[in-house]
Design a protein around this ligand. Structure first.
Ligand SMILES: [Zn+2]
Length: 408
């Protein structure tokens, strides 16, 4: 079936089974996939607001409990976690899409991969099944267990590892011997950053391996996107399961998916059963590439530049902390690549100059000319006035899971 046929069937299913969407779509005419932008967006908080003691999942639930084989939680940045139910078919589609996304990295059947996710409450656990599906020998060592990971790399000699970019950076910095290990591919996921050129270069040097990224969206699916060996953005591994759109996060207007476009990613399930979502706002801000990829995979590619939740507005200009890190990272080897944006006031809107702590590389001394060069570069590239404080190597917090680029 084409995506349009799947979409029409999905909408019919929603109107039949979903109390949430029956109400939301009342008065709207759901036509073809091309007309999707005329329908209302779905916010995570709206779903959360429909939860009751009798239905703790929410009014978007479409199936009886006996058809649900698994219920994940999304961590959520605020408030209670919300539940993500899956039927057996939903789970299977997640695994198929995730396997496609991770296979794009170039890992091959017969190779060995060490994973650092836990098969815990969060959707990332579903990606674990994707590694077996690809035909890899999968060695799960769990989250935050550096000793186990290092031992597995040394003794089992995997070709690949999968971890968050923060964890990959922490390990590369703290264990220089990894550069000579068996690992040829480092697959990063779980937070943005793996596609930032300077950050990626640092990871690749530290690991002596190719770094590619993957990305999922908790409420929609695990590892929906995965980058190929060309490292020019993530392909949609979940094609046929998910449809993507781009919107302006401020006006909510749909944006054309053209080369170089950027905006908030909006996703629609195409053949989900347990609790399908339509035009779900992901809060992920992405850049779009539409030129054909030499790897031969069809469709557009995306790179996530940050969460719209992390975005600051400085004198009318949108600033993503991850973009600050990217610009600063180009000053390696003078800097370590770690940064902390330190807003002086609560909320999104900030007055210039925006304070940014930039960590020096090991052994480098404070240098006012370097600080000035970084300040000028940030002004030129991101159109933001900053106040740069150079801090000694080791002064900024490292994370073994996910980084916080904003310190308040
Ligand atoms: Zn490609």
């Amino acid at each position: 079936m084409t995506d349009d046929e799947l979409y029409r069937a999905q909408v019919a299913y929603l109107l039949e089974r979903s109390a949430f969407y029956r109400e939301k779509l009342a008065g709207h005419e759901a036509g073809s996939l091309d007309e999707l932008a005329a329908l209302p967006l779905t916010e995570k908080d709206e779903l959360r607001a429909t939860r009751t003691p009798e239905n703790p999942i929410g009014a978007h639930l479409c199936v009886p409990r006996e058809e649900i084989v698994r219920i994940y939680s999304t961590s959520g940045t605020t408030g209670d976690p919300s539940y993500v139910p899956l039927t057996a078919g939903d789970l299977e589609n997640w695994i198929v899409g995730s396997a496609r996304s991770y296979a794009a990295s170039g890992v091959r059947p017969g190779q060995t991969i060490v994973s650092t996710y836990n098969a815990g409450p969060f959707v990332a656990g579903a990606a674990l099944a994707a590694f077996e599906r690809i035909g890899l020998t999968h060695v799960p060592v769990g989250t935050g267990n550096t000793e186990k990971l290092l031992r597995a790399v040394e003794q089992l000699r995997p070709e690949a590892v999968v971890l968050t970019p923060s964890h990959a950076a922490y390990l590369a910095e703290s264990h220089p011997s990894l550069a000579g290990s068996s690992v040829q591919r480092v697959l990063v996921a779980g937070e943005p950053g793996g596609g930032e050129p300077a950050f990626r270069a640092r990871l690749e040097e530290g690991w002596g391996a190719q770094v590619t990224e993957a990305m999922g969206v908790g409420d929609i699916g695990v590892s929906l996107f995965g980058e190929c060996e060309r490292q020019d953005g993530m392909h949609l591994g979940a094609h046929g399961f998910v449809h993507l759109e781009l919107i302006d996060p401020d006006t909510e207007a749909a944006l054309p998916l053209e080369d170089g476009a950027s905006g908030e990613l909006v996703l629609t399930h195409l053949q989900h059963r347990a609790a399908p979502l339509l035009r779900f706002r992901t809060r992920d801000h992405v850049h779009v590439r539409t030129t054909p990829c030499p790897c031969g995979r069809a469709g557009i590619r995306i790179r996530c530049v940050g969460r719209t939740d992390d975005m600051l507005i400085v004198r009318g200009v949108n600033v993503f902390p991850s973009a600050v890190r990217e610009v600063v990272g180009a000053f390696a080897p003078d800097v370590s690549g770690n940064v902390a944006v330190r807003p002086e006031r609560p909320g999104v809107t900030q007055e210039p100059p925006l304070p940014v702590a930039v960590e020096l590389a090991r052994g480098r001394e404070d240098d006012p000319r370097l600080a000035e060069a970084i300040r000028e570069k940030l002004r030129d590239v991101l159109v933001v006035q900053t106040r740069i404080e150079l801090v000694p190597w080791g002064a900024l917090r490292r994370s073994e899971y996910k980084s916080t680029l904003v310190e308040r």
